[in-house]
Ligand binder design. Structure first.
Ligand SMILES: [Zn+2]
Length: 876
């Protein structure tokens, strides 16, 4: 799955779906291994008018030990005729364990056996299992099985290691298309007068969670790459917006075939847009499903950030065809073997296809979210300790499994070299294809292929929670610099950070000094000194920002670096320095005054990712530190900081402008307009937004979202209605997404309430309700959203599938910043627990604590900074 993480408006899109199901806590008892599946023949007849389906299956199994009973998974299904061989079976359903136990009168001998079951179920509205979706008045029956929901569509051995082959037959209404994992091998009329029967080729061995069944009014565009047919399918006529994704898919198919040395194994590839979808996308073998707005793209309406996001989602899901589908983790506690790998891999083909997009920078930006989560006391190791219940399993699809694991793989790749690393990846894939693997299988393959100690380096990063902090200090003697490097676990809680920590990681540290290339060495103790030739007044200890750790520098070294920071460090390194300094400031190891000084030293920087980080930290400062009395002064300082860049860039791209500049412009304008409250910028945005809504070509695609948000921030009530009207007839999935996200920027309290009520109404798809609530952008006083969630919890849970409860509960809570609010949140979730979401809620509580601490420590420092600024401004 791809579930891009947090929400900040520079990354306008998706939702952290950490699924936290509200159903009664069901302990997913592991299936006994006395019977294993080998092949399924599945037939489904969805009845779209009634939201029901009928199913029939024959499972070829191997009985390992003689037994009279077989237990498999099934939930929310009615089983009718059930036989094993020639014997009729008695069926006992266990809703708590989500199993069905079939018992026959005579013991089954070891060897081959055949189970035959007819069953029926409901096409649900929960966006999981076999569910109903709707678009343009037409109904669709579609599936989402990861992690444990194949059992809601057919009785099955629903564990990733119980792989089998699948023959799927779909009986669809006449005129509707049927899609599954295999190639279509026949399409015949009947059995009913208004039906047709579509059969698909036998799949290779698959885990049950990777099966896909889709019926509905789809239309496809077709092409191929390396001899593999590729289609992009969607409710017509929107498949016409599939060109962009098709181009990426064709390129990535060839790129991955070459990289992995194992040809794409599933015969054909379909990329399908689903009107209602819980995650961002899902890597079903050969039949990848997507949210509509993450597959279909109108090039004229999409910003650079949006393009990169769609590109990432396509390449991520395609990487899964090897990491996940061909080689699957043995159990969900190693879900990082799927998600970390796909996250590490997703930028490679995009970078090869569009070097000018600098996509590595975007993936580095996302790593920042993992670093934040991993600095919490409530974080977890990459290899999960508990993954027993469906709720616990769903909860593992988080920043740790995706971005942290991806970052650790990148660090290892840099350490052993990309060619060596690829040799290890190929060895791993070849050894486990059509089977399953564990963490150790991967690092053992790497160790063997690279002849480097990847196993001892990786193991602590996979099994130990948290992120290391490396502190550096240096001394010059003779013509040598002695570096003192120390590591400890980094916490965003100052009290925890102040205590000695016992964890040690073997960290490849690559040091860069003025005028010399980086040199790398492993820091595998709590403290080590390292001698370097020559003397210099700064050292940068995370060359290329490839290491997964926080760096802590003495203030004087940052000051020494500031004057020529742009020449000394590349964009990734500048971004990493800024985020590290910001983390040190938040925890009180550095002063906000020094951080703002660093930003000022970087005001000439014109890299998009540097300004994205500036933007993020300014939001936090504005939210957490700036008092209403200081508001005007702070805004004036922001205008002086970013105004010149905005003026230099102008509102419109210049001919031939590069991708970085096009992507930088909206970030800078959002800073000046929103953090700086620049009335001229807001006025112009209001004018441009109205022009755009009237004539879409009047604003360049790179600026549409920024213009709509800035105009919303200016808050003219009539514009709100214009946005809502336009959302009834969006000209592209991008436009709908932009307008939806812009609604929460209107500052008037009554419009904020209207947006929240709108999110709850039938006019908004449940997937988008979650986007509004969890992506809400509160400036002062920052609690409108929480109050709404608290007061409408029952209604929200009625509307939202369980998958969204955690994000919609925890995200608004995490924005609060007082002891009284903390108590209120704790009381609320004690009364309204969200099973499986405990860690997410604990993180929200930690965020509140840290905000309280941050405010107490840094408010006086910010006040002094602002006084100095206004004196300096008055002196000018
Ligand atoms: Zn994924």
């Amino acid at each position: 799955m791809r579930v891009p993480t947090r929400f900040r408006y520079t990354l306008p899109l998706v939702l952290a779906v950490t699924c936290l199901c509200l159903a009664t806590s069901s302990f997913a008892q592991r299936l006994p291994e006395n019977v294993l599946p080998e092949h399924y023949a599945l037939k489904f007849t969805p009845n779209l008018a009634n939201d029901t389906f009928e199913g029939e299956e024959t499972i070829d199994v191997r009985v390992m030990q003689p037994s009279a009973s077989i237990t498999l998974n099934a939930v929310d299904l009615q089983l009718h005729d059930v036989t094993v061989g020639k014997q009729t079976a008695k069926v006992e359903m266990n809703a708590k364990d989500q199993t069905a136990t079939l018992t026959v009168p005579n013991q089954l001998p070891a060897g081959a056996a055949q189970i035959h079951i007819t069953f029926s179920g409901t096409l649900n509205k929960q966006l999981r299992g076999f569910y109903a979706s709707e678009s343009g008045g037409k109904k669709f029956a579609v599936t989402q099985f990861e992690s444990t929901d194949a059992r809601r569509a057919f009785p099955c051995f629903d564990e990733p290691a119980m792989k089998a082959t699948f023959d799927v037959t779909l009986i669809a209404p006449k005129g509707d298309m049927a899609i599954s994992n295999g190639k279509q091998i026949s399409d015949t009329p009947g059995p009913g007068p208004d039906q047709h029967t579509v059969k698909f080729s036998t799949t290779p061995k698959l885990s049950s969670y990777l099966v896909a069944i889709l019926v509905g009014d789809f239309a496809c565009m077709e092409d191929s790459s390396d001899g593999i047919p590729i289609r992009v399918c969607a409710p017509p006529p929107s498949q016409k917006l599939g060109d962009f994704a098709m181009g990426i898919a064709k390129f990535a198919m060839h790129y991955y075939n070459d990289y992995f040395g194992v040809k794409y194994p599933f015969g054909k590839l379909d990329l399908i847009a689903i009107p209602d979808f819980s995650a961002g996308a899902m890597e079903n073998a050969g039949a990848i499903t997507f949210r509509t707005n993450l597959l279909l793209l109108d090039p004229k309406a999409a910003s650079g950030s949006y393009r990169r996001t769609v590109g990432f989602v396509v390449t991520h899901e395609m990487a899964h065809q090897w990491f996940g589908d061909l080689v699957t983790m043995k159990w969900w506690d190693d879900v990082w073997l799927n998600e970390g790998f796909a996250t590490w891999m997703e930028w490679k083909p995009l970078d090869a296809m569009h070097p000018d997009w600098n996509v590595q920078l975007s993936s580095l930006f996302e790593t920042g979210f993992a670093m934040q989560a991993d600095a919490m006391a409530s974080t977890r190791p990459i290899h999960a300790g508990t993954a027993n219940t469906p709720e616990e399993i769903e909860h593992l699809f988080d920043e740790i499994a995706y971005q942290k694991a991806g970052a650790v793989l990148k660090m290892m790749e840099q350490y052993v070299g990309p060619d060596n690393f690829r040799a290890g990846v190929r060895q791993y894939i070849k050894a486990h294809e059509y089977g399953n693997a564990t963490s150790a299988d991967f690092w053992n393959a790497e160790t063997e292929a690279t002849r480097k100690p990847v196993n001892t380096l990786m193991e602590p990063f996979i099994n130990q929670p948290g992120i290391p902090m490396v502190s550096v200090s240096s001394q010059c003697a003779g013509n040598k610099t002695q570096l003192d490097l120390r590591q400890q676990r980094f916490y965003s809680d100052a009290k925890l950070l102040g205590k000695p920590s016992s964890e040690v990681w073997p960290i490849p540290i690559c040091v860069k000094t003025p005028g010399s290339a980086s040199s790398c060495e492993v820091l595998d103790q709590a403290q080590k000194t390292r001698d370097m030739n020559g003397c210099s007044n700064w050292q940068f200890i995370n060359a290329n920002a490839a290491g997964y750790y926080r760096s802590s520098y003495p203030t004087k070294e940052i000051a020494a670096l500031e004057p020529d920071i742009e020449k000394a460090l590349n964009p990734a390194e500048r971004f990493s320095l800024l985020t590290d300094q910001w983390a040190m400031t938040q925890v009180g190891r550095s002063q906000v005054n020094d951080y703002l000084g660093l930003i000022e030293a970087m005001r000439q920087d014109r890299n998009r990712i540097v300004w994205s980080q500036i933007n993020d930290s300014l939001w936090d400062i504005q939210d957490d530190l700036v008092t209403s009395a200081e508001q005007k002064q702070f805004q004036a300082w922001v205008r002086s900081l970013a105004g010149p860049a905005a003026q230099e860039l102008g509102w419109q791209p210049k001919p031939g402008e590069d991708d970085n500049t096009k992507s930088l412009r909206p970030v800078v304008y959002l800073i000046v307009g929103i953090q700086g409250d620049d009335q001229r910028v807001l006025d112009e945005a209001d004018k441009l937004a109205r022009e755009y809504l009237h004539s879409p070509d009047s604003v360049d695609g790179s600026m549409i979202f920024a213009v709509l948000v800035l105009a919303a921030r200016d808050g003219k009530p009539d514009l709100y209605d214009v946005y809502l009207q336009q959302m009834d007839h969006p000209r592209s999935p991008q436009e709908y997404t932009y307008l939806l996200r812009s609604l929460s920027f209107f500052p008037e309290p009554d419009l904020q309430q209207r947006t929240l009520q709108f999110a709850l109404s039938d006019k908004v798809r449940s997937q988008d309700t979650a986007t509004i609530i969890a992506g809400w952008q509160d400036l002062h006083p920052g609690r409108v959203n929480w109050d709404f969630v608290r007061d409408n919890w029952a209604a929200l849970n009625k509307k939202l599938p369980p998958v969204f409860s955690g994000a919609v509960g925890a995200r608004p809570a995490s924005q609060l910043c007082s002891a009284a609010d903390r108590q209120q949140v704790a009381d609320f979730f004690r009364e309204h627990p969200i099973p499986g979401a405990e860690r997410e809620l604990n993180e929200a509580m930690e965020s509140i604590d840290q905000c309280i601490d941050f405010r107490a420590k840094q408010s006086p420092d910010l006040a002094q900074f602002l006084v100095r600024q206004s004196k300096a401004a008055a002196g000018n």
